[in-house]
Design a protein around this ligand. Structure first.
Ligand SMILES: [Zn+2]
Length: 493
């Protein structure tokens, strides 16, 4: 299979002999040995293969660091939630009940109380917080865990994008003494996710989800969306202000500064392996993965090239370079396979997305140099051995920056404002973008626009620093009332 992928006139184009993005994605997960999907005999559940698992680990390391640095504490809650606890917050259970897997038996015995495989942990954690948290002096409290969650998806499942076991669910849960502090926490969470996606070079928009699409049980939901090369928006992170919805039903009461007693306030926010799916989709090309230096399982792969009589000195040279780079903390692999020609090795490591390949042959040994090939741009440079480590670090940063810039450039060219629904529809369908349309603020108007566009409403912008500028003439295309903001529309996963 040959896939060609490129940014053509600002548009993502797969000139792929009739193959779609989704076929490319399936191919790259399998060929690059990231994730085995579709063969395990439970629908919607995939297997992280060793190479994919390493990538996942380095991605998780970043979010763990960002959370730890900002005072979040990692915990681990049970996977089973008793039915009465999951059902206690009525909005919440209405949002989830069609998607819950239930454990009904222990061995041969039917259970008195059904147990849910957690779809998320607001309920079980708030239940426990009613025992733990009594005073404003303990607050704010910031917990997180990185676990599997289960959702019986009724839509067609897709590897990593829509699964029934979400294996990399990072859920954070916080408790606060008042609404203002919960609001401050929402901003902190947004900032953490911004930095996380920036480190991975994943572009995003941040929107306040419309009322009908917020998290079940939240006052409101802020969402990060990116755009995959097929033109569909993918939700990659959400932040919820939960208000006192859960603390009221679970009786989490705290003593306040003024000695009165009140229910605590909460937020929660989550990300999943969709982050890794977007990392793969957005940076990849026809040859396979292109991984950022920061999270690549191997940051550098060394390929020795020699004739039989040069074998010993070239391999010795390659191994000594590897030792030096490893000793300085880099993830390095030397490809010593004897039965594979160098050309095939190049192809293989390109497919695996290794950011920096180092080729060494007799000439390099003699000159005390190496030849460095960059995966992102496909260019080669010669470097003196004494400058190698510094050069690799510099290139690593440059590669990550280049990937981030390219991804943002393509992404921003896909977001446009429209007053005409016809033009917006054409943009969404043909240019595969996100359209922003003036909105009066009424749900029925946005739902109507979404229907006419054959798209979904993502929400209103909250990421634009400059105030959303609306002229007096900007009117809601449905009711004609003066618009108060924009609503974003796109096809959506
Ligand atoms: Zn309207």
């Amino acid at each position: 299979m040959v896939f060609r992928f490129g940014v053509m006139g600002g548009a993502f184009v797969y000139r792929d002999l009739g193959k779609s993005f989704s076929e490319w994605f399936d191919w790259v997960l399998e060929a690059a040995e990231v994730y085995d999907y579709g063969r395990y005999p439970v629908k919607g559940m995939g297997i992280w293969l060793p190479y994919g698992f390493k990538l996942r680990r380095y991605v998780i390391d970043i979010i763990r660091r960002l959370l730890d640095e900002s005072g979040h504490e990692e915990i681990l809650l049970p996977i089973l939630i008793p039915q009465p606890i999951l059902a206690k917050e009525s909005e919440h259970i209405r949002g989830f009940e069609g998607q819950v897997y239930w454990v009904t038996h222990g061995g041969f015995e039917p259970l008195d109380v059904k147990l849910a495989l957690r779809p998320t942990s607001e309920t079980s954690l708030t239940y426990m917080e009613s025992f733990w948290i009594k005073s404003y002096k303990q607050l704010p409290k910031k917990y997180y865990q990185i676990v599997s969650i289960f959702r019986y998806e009724t839509k067609a499942t897709r590897p990593m994008l829509r699964v029934r076991e979400v294996t990399t669910f990072k859920e954070a849960h916080t408790v606060h003494e008042d609404f203002e502090d919960a609001e401050r926490q929402v901003l902190e969470a947004i900032d953490i996710y911004r930095r996380f996606f920036d480190e991975l070079g994943i572009p995003y928009i941040i929107s306040k989800r419309p009322e009908w699409d917020k998290f079940a049980g939240a006052i409101y939901t802020i969402a990060f969306d990116t755009l995959l090369p097929d033109g569909k928006a993918l939700q990659i992170g959400t932040v919820h202000n939960l208000g006192q919805n859960f603390t009221k039903v679970f009786e989490v009461r705290i003593q306040k500064r003024d000695e009165t007693i009140d229910y605590a306030w909460q937020t929660s926010y989550g990300i999943s392996e969709r982050v890794i799916a977007s990392l793969i989709s957005i940076h990849g090309d026809s040859k396979g993965l292109i991984l950022p230096f920061k999270v690549a399982p191997y940051q550098v792969v060394i390929v020795p090239i020699y004739r039989e009589e040069e074998r010993e000195e070239v391999i010795k040279y390659a191994l000594s370079i590897a030792e030096e780079l490893k000793g300085k903390g880099l993830r390095v692999h030397v490809d010593l396979r004897e039965d594979v020609r160098p050309g095939e090795k190049f192809y293989y490591w390109d497919l695996k997305g290794v950011p920096i390949r180092i080729d060494v042959g007799p000439r390099e040994v003699k000159e005390r140099t190496v030849t460095i090939a960059r995966r992102d741009e496909g260019v080669k440079v010669k470097v003196k051995i004494e400058n190698l480590y510094e050069e690799v670090i510099r290139l690593g940063k440059e590669i990550d920056e280049n990937l981030r810039k390219k991804a943002w450039k393509a992404f921003t060219s896909k977001i446009k404002r429209f007053t005409s629904l016809e033009e917006a529809k054409r943009f969404i369908e043909e240019e595969k973008g996100i359209a922003e349309i003036p909105w009066c603020g009424r749900s029925e108007c946005a739902l109507r626009v979404a229907e006419e566009l054959g798209a979904e409403a993502l929400g209103t912008p909250i990421d634009v620093i400059e105030k959303v500028k609306l002229s007096n003439e900007a009117k809601c295309p449905v009711c004609g009332v003066r618009a108060v903001t924009y609503m974003r529309y796109a096809k959506k996963y």
